[in-house]
Structure formats: structure tokens, C-alpha cells
Write a protein that binds this ligand. Structure first.
Ligand code: GLC
Length: 753
């Protein structure tokens, strides 16, 4: 194997290090670490072409998922990174070419969309966010990293941290919902999970916080649409999860398809150089989204590729994802003096640092271990954790004492177009655009069959055919009704197909697609106990199943272990503990809807056909069908005795909040204690309530726990009327409970002076 020029002979390393330490001790200047010396040493050797190649990120698959031949480009030293190339053996061969057949032998970095699992697919991010379990979220990201790293991947385009208020936008499924605080906590947990404590460890991969920034603003719910939002909205709503990921050490950030202040993110100097790098202190790689540099031409911001390349590199975009504009234009821009070579050097330094941090220089083949790949991918431990994560991701929305069911039940009818589907148990990312395999998935029907007793008769009927928005299979409804009549209980699985949310999958209405509502109406007429299980990426209009049926379980897209996990809840092997990370709209007309809307001079009053001068609609309620933070359990929890350690604090003081929570049922369970605040008087309008902390607790039957949360100045600060991030003295409402609904919250007042 060719000796890498980069690798200084060991003895030289030793003296370099010794020299560096001596300088450091004598001059008290910041010690230049060995890595920086190696970067500078390598940079000095690189030609302009080799530098630009490090900014080139190519794909190994064409638009139809057919493999592209990337070997020539690697041999020509044109490739710094490859996306969509998987497998330890496959990537090992490509890496050997890069190291042995290019002049400087700089290793390639392999990227992939490892969004919620690699081969073992966990619940969709929307589902995982419903668990409010940060330890579990970190754990599943860590497992995804283990499987991906063993399969030749070093960087994932996750976590997606876009806050959104619009269920019509298909990518709502990929994020952590509508709240900046919950989104920030989850972003940090995911970065910890993917990156661990040492990026060079072969069971960790670099994370990428995306899509910077405001992509979830999606005008009219339409993906890629250019919405407008203020700097206030940017800083209050969209920025916190990115700041959280950056403070956690995320190695890369991906810029969005969208724009801010009229300038596309990929050409937005203020966003990247000022806000991201200067203000937030981010010094990692900035990656374009797919073709967003060439998109500058489509959106009319660049005359041609040369112009687009100049705008993007000057804005601070380091990696050009798949447009190959950098590799075609940058050399010319440098030669004609349009772009300063130092811009290129800075970008290349960030890339080389990422590769050093990942250990790719010290051990370029550590990520390509075929034996380890076979050991870890889809192993039993990972599947067990996938089942537990899926259990915790589900939200019990209604239960008229129908659940949990008995496993000794005599007859059960499993009905619905999603009752025996595999691929639709994973999200668009899980099913189609990463490495998840539908054949590994346990369907709901399979899960129920394996859960019930041998004496139980399980009937099945598809009910209708779910084929996109087509109203097909209505003729199957009669058979489904007949099957339902034979059973003691009906489990009905409805929702959407995996491709109906995710990227480029916006809808104008959130009506359940196809003929599902016809099936629901038919089953509602036979007066049978029905539990509706929802399999979906986004919230849908579920007023009818909620009105007609005894129980409704939001299962989201539970992943590989879907059938077992749903059955665990249906039969009580797991007590539901999920809480909604989004407001569940009453119908599509309410969108955008979110719990932390700004206070108005006119309070929300629901439906009020007489007094028109209220903050409401004439035709429907302004309240969501289900609120942010809501979720039922088989247990019953009582909140009492909310008290503050101090009712009055100074501007730099903290205080503690105590609340007693008791499980007054006969079944152990978990509860999420949520802390909301309201700044009662402020120089800029604040939301009626804002989540500022939460604690997930377990309680045995009868057990009482005192939960302690804290209030500190940071939680009370906001952007005042001058857009300064300050704490203003005054009164704050402190609200604690198990959802964002007023009726679920105990309230105290805190005076800050
Ligand atoms: C897509 C997505 C982004 C993804 C990237 C690579 O267009 O916007 O989230 O990571 O391309 O697949």
C-alpha cells in the first residue's frame, strides 16, 4: 500500500510534537495542535485543482437510484466526498483507489442520509420526538451511527432540526415538531448520539444539522416554496435548535433550499458568515443541499455557473453537493482574481480537519470492516431497542376503557389498508432513501398474531385499497364490515403511505387519503368496539375516528419493529407514554397552528357565533383537536402542590419549582412533566405560553414523586422591542402539568425584580 505523503515518518512526528510543545510553553501563545500542522503541511502540497476537489461532493446514484461510475473521478483526484455509496466492501475499494491512485492519497469521506436508523429503522423523527425521551433518542442515534460506520459511512445528514407549524408540509415528519425548546433538546441528543465523544472512534459518525435556516416556514405548506419571515421569527423559532446542535459540537451544517430576507441560503453571506460562523461560533463544514448552488441560477440569483460558484463560496458554503459547479468554476475564479484563494484555503482546512477528526488520515480503512458490519447491522440488541423506542414514540389520544385488550380475547378483527403493510411502517427516508429494508419490518397483523393466545381467532380484511389519493377498493368495505361483525374487537389501521410525507410531499388538505373515511364511516355504523391505529408521517384530520371509536392510538411510522411495538401497547405490555410534539389540527383550515402563538388583544374563544369580535372562526373552533404535549396513559396521574422555592428573585438569580405527581391508578406508568412560562408584561409580544423544561418520570401504582425543575434568567430572556436578547423585570406565570392545555396546568406567579 502506497506510503502516504501525509504521514510524516514517526520520528519526525515526535520532533514536531516536541517542537510544538516547546513553542507553546515558551511563548504562551495558543499551542498549534499537531493536526493543524498536518493540515498546513498538506495544504502546502496541494494544487488548486486538488484543493477544489476537496469541496466536491458527488453522488454514487443517479435520480433513479442506479449506480454511477465514480472511479474515474476518484482517480483524477476530483472527489473529496461521496454521497449514496454504501457497504464496507464497496467503500473500501473506492477508498483504496482514492488513497493509492491519487497524487496525495487524501481519503474520501462517505456521506449518507441516516435519518432514523441505518438498517435497523427506528420510529420517524416525529415519532421519536413524541417520546420526549432524550436518552432513548441519543441511544437510537448512537446505534444508527454504529451500523452506518460499520458500513463505510462517516457523515450523516441528520439531525433535521427545522421547526414547522404546517402539517401540509411533508417534511414535518423529519423534524421534532413545533417547539424550539423540545427541538433544541432533541437536536443536542441526536448530535451526542451520532458523534459520541470521539469522532475518530469507528462507532461514531459526524452529524449535520439541517436545513439552515427557516426551511419549515414553507409558504402554503409547499416544499421549496420561498416564505418570508422576520429576524424575530428566525431567532425565536428557527435558530434555537441549530444553536443547540452547534453548542453540542455538531461537525457540519447543511444550508436549506429556502431563502432568508430574499437571498437563498446558499448565497446568503449574512446567514453563514455572520450568523452561523461569527455569532454562533460554528467552525465546521457548511454543506449545500442537493444542487442548491446550481439552483441559484434557477431562482434568478445567478447569471451562470461561474456567478453561482462565486456567490456560494463567498457566502461560506464549503461543499458543493452534486452540482459539480465548484469543480468546474472555482479554478477560473481564482485565476481571474474574482475569488481570493484564502477563501478556498479556509474551506479546504475545514474539510481536512473534519477528515482528521474522523480518523480518516490516521486509519483510512477503520470504517470499512466487513466482519463488524455483519455483526452489528440489524443485530438482536438493536432490534430490541428499536421495539422499545417505537413503544415510547406512540401517543394514546383517546381511550374509553377499551385498551389494553386481553391477549386471551376470543376474536379480533385486524382491518385497514395499513394493517399488513411493511414499507409504510417506515418513513420516506426509512423506506426509500436510505438503507432500511421493508422485508425486515413486522406488520401490525404479524405483531397482533404473535401477541395473542393460541385460542384467539384473528380475522383480517384490507377494508379499502390505499393507493395514494385514489378512491379505490370501496367494494372491499362490505367484506370488512362482515369481518368486523364476527369479532369482539376491531383494530383498524389507517393513515398514509410512506411516500405521502417526507421531501417534496406537501398536500393541500390533511384529509385521510383515498377511501379510508368511507371505511371508517362503515365501521362506525356497526357499533363494535374499535381502536383506530394511525400510521402516518404528518398529523391528519381524524375528527371522525376520534368521534366514532372507543380508542385512538397515534403510532406515527414506528419502523422495523412496528407490529410488535403497537401490539405491546394494545395488549398492555407497554403503558403508553408519548406526548404530541405538534398541535393536532381540528382540520386543515386551522393551519398554521401551534400552541405557542403570540398573545392577542382578543383571546381565543373557540366557536362563538354570536359575538363576532373574538379571536376565533365563525365556523369551527380555534382549538386544535389535540394539544401540544398531550398524550394519555393507562395510568392516571395527579399533579398537586406546585410551589416555588422563592416567589421573588433578582435579575441574576435562579429558583426551583416543586410539583407533586402521584400515580393514582393500579398500573405503573410514565408521565412527562412539562414547565411552561408566560412573561406577563414585555416590550415585545410574547407567546401565551412557552415550554422551558420537561422531565420524564416513572411512577409505580400509588407512588408520589416531587419533581424539581429550575427557573434561571436564560429561560426568561427574549428578544425585546430593540431585538436585544434580555431579561426584563416583571411578573411571570409559571405553569406545570402534563400538556400545554390550560386545564392541565397548575399555575404560580414569579416576580423578577
Ligand atoms: C435532499 C434533502 C436533504 C438531504 C439531501 C441528500 O434534497 O433536502 O435533507 O440530506 O438532499 O439526500
Amino acid at each position: 500500500m502506497k506510503q502516504n505523503n501525509i504521514k510524516l515518518p514517526l520520528i519526525k512526528h515526535f520532533f514536531t510534537l516536541l517542537f510544538v510543545m516547546l513553542i507553546g510553553m515558551s511563548s504562551c501563545k495558543p499551542v498549534i495542535i499537531k493536526e493543524d500542522l498536518r493540515i498546513e503541511n498538506l495544504l502546502k502540497q496541494m494544487t488548486l485543482k486538488e484543493k477544489v476537489s476537496q469541496l466536491n461532493l458527488i453522488t454514487a446514484l443517479d435520480d433513479n437510484n442506479n449506480e454511477l461510475d465514480v472511479i474515474d473521478k476518484i482517480k483524477n483526484g476530483e472527489v473529496g466526498h461521496i454521497l449514496k455509496s454504501n457497504g464496507a466492501q464497496n467503500n473500501l475499494e473506492l477508498q483504496k483507489i482514492a488513497i493509492n491512485q491519487s497524487r496525495l492519497g487524501i481519503p474520501i469521506m462517505f456521506h449518507e442520509d441516516v435519518i432514523h436508523g441505518y438498517k435497523t429503522i427506528f420510529p420517524s423523527p416525529m415519532g421519536e420526538a413524541s417520546s420526549w425521551n432524550l436518552e432513548m433518542i441519543e441511544k437510537t442515534a448512537h446505534i444508527a451511527a454504529i451500523e452506518a460506520a460499520a458500513s463505510g459511512i462517516q457523515l450523516t445528514y441528520a439531525p433535521m432540526v427545522d421547526v414547522t407549524h404546517d402539517a401540509r408540509w411533508g417534511r414535518i415528519v423529519e423534524g421534532a415538531g413545533e417547539d424550539p425548546w423540545l427541538g433544541s433538546e432533541i437536536a443536542a441528543a441526536r448530535v451526542r448520539g451520532f458523534q459520541g465523544k470521539d469522532l475518530s472512534d469507528s462507532s461514531t459518525i459526524m452529524a449535520c444539522a439541517k436545513h439552515f435556516i427557516g426551511y419549515g416556514n414553507a409558504l402554503a405548506g409547499i416544499d421549496y416554496n420561498i416564505g418570508e419571515f422576520s429576524e424575530r421569527m428566525l431567532r425565536e423559532t428557527y435558530l434555537p435548535p441549530f444553536k443547540s446542535a452547534i453548542d453540542e459540537g455538531v461537525g457540519s451544517v447543511m444550508v436549506a433550499y429556502s431563502a432568508y430576507n430574499g437571498v437563498p441560503a446558499s448565497a446568503n453571506k449574512w446567514l453563514i458568515n455572520q450568523l452561523l460562523r461569527e455569532e454562533l461560533g460554528f467552525d465546521g463544514m457548511v454543506i449545500s443541499d442537493w444542487g442548491t448552488i446550481s439552483n441559484l441560477i434557477k431562482s434568478g440569483n445567478a447569471i451562470n455557473e461561474n456567478d453561482a460558484a462565486q456567490q456560494a463560496i463567498e457566502a461560506g458554503v464549503d461543499l458543493d453537493m452534486v452540482s459539480e459547479i465548484y469543480v468546474h468554476q472555482i479554478e477560473q475564479l481564482i485565476r481571474d482574481g474574482s475569488v481570493d484563494i484564502e477563501l478556498i484555503n479556509m474551506a479546504v482546512r475545514r474539510v481536512l480537519k473534519a477528515k482528521f477528526d474522523l480518523g480518516l488520515f490516521d486509519n483510512p480503512y477503520v470504517y470499512f470492516d466487513t466482519i463488524r458490519e455483519k455483526e452489528v447491522v440489524l443485530c438482536e440488541d438493536h432490534l430490541l431497542i428499536a421495539r422499545q423506542a417505537a413503544r415510547e414514540s406512540m401517543v394514546l389520544l383517546k381511550n374509553n376503557n377499551l385498551l389494553p385488550l386481553s391477549k386471551e380475547i376470543k376474536t379480533i378483527a385486524v382491518i385497514g389498508p395499513l394493517a399488513n403493510r411493511k414499507k409504510d411502517m417506515m418513513s420516506w427516508w426509512g423506506a426509500n432513501h436510505s438503507q432500511g429494508n421493508e422485508n425486515d419490518v413486522v406488520t401490525l397483523l404479524e405483531g397482533i398474531k404473535s401477541a395473542v393466545s393460541k385460542q384467539t381467532k384473528v380475522f383480517y380484511s384490507e377494508g379499502v385499497i390505499l393507493n395514494g389519493f385514489e378512491k379505490s377498493g370501496i367494494n372491499l368495505i362490505d367484506e370488512a364490515v362482515a369481518v368486523a361483525r364476527k369479532a369482539d374487537v376491531v383494530v383498524l389501521a389507517v393513515g398514509e403511505e410512506y411516500w405521502m410525507s417526507g421531501e417534496g410531499a406537501s398536500v393541500s388538505e390533511i384529509t385521510l387519503p383515498g377511501s379510508q373515511n368511507e371505511l371508517i364511516q362503515a365501521l362506525a355504523r356497526i357499533n363494535k368496539p374499535v381502536v383506530a391505529v394511525l400510521i402516518n408521517g404528518r398529523p391528519y384530520d381524524i375528527r371522525t375516528p376520534v368521534a366514532e371509536f372507543d380508542a385512538v392510538l397515534e403510532a406515527w411510522q414506528p419502523g422495523t419493529m412496528a407490529g410488535h411495538a403497537i401490539s405491546d401497547l394494545l395488549f398492555g405490555d407497554y403503558n403508553p407514554s408519548g406526548k404530541l410534539p405538534v398541535s393536532y389540527p381540528y382540520n386543515g383550515g386551522q393551519i398554521p397552528i401551534f400552541y405557542n402563538q403570540k398573545r392577542s388583544s382578543h383571546d381565543f374563544e373557540g366557536v362563538n357565533l354570536t359575538d363576532r369580535y373574538k379571536n376565533n372562526y365563525l365556523d369551527i373552533t380555534t382549538k386544535p383537536l389535540f394539544s401540544f404535549g398531550f398524550g394519555l396513559s393507562y395510568s392516571k396521574f395527579e399533579f398537586s402542590n406546585l410551589r416555588l422555592e422563592k416567589d421573588t428573585i433578582g435579575m441574576n438569580e435562579t429558583t426551583k419549582i416543586f410539583v407533586d405527581v402521584q400515580n393514582i391508578s393500579d398500573r405503573a406508568g410514565e408521565e412527562v412533566v412539562q414547565l411552561y412560562i408566560q412573561d406577563m408584561v414585555s416590550s415585545a409580544i410574547r407567546p401565551a405560553k412557552e415550554l422551558k423544561d420537561f422531565s420524564r418520570i416513572s411512577l409505580k401504582s400509588g407512588e408520589l414523586k416531587t419533581v424539581v425543575l429550575d427557573i434561571n434568567p436564560e429561560k426568561l430572556k427574549f428578544y425585546n422591542s430593540e431585538m436585544n436578547y434580555v431579561l426584563e423585570p416583571g411578573y411571570f406565570s409559571i405553569m406545570v402539568g402534563n400538556s400545554s392545555q390550560n386545564e392541565d396546568l397548575l399555575v404560580k406567579t414569579l416576580h423578577v425584580k
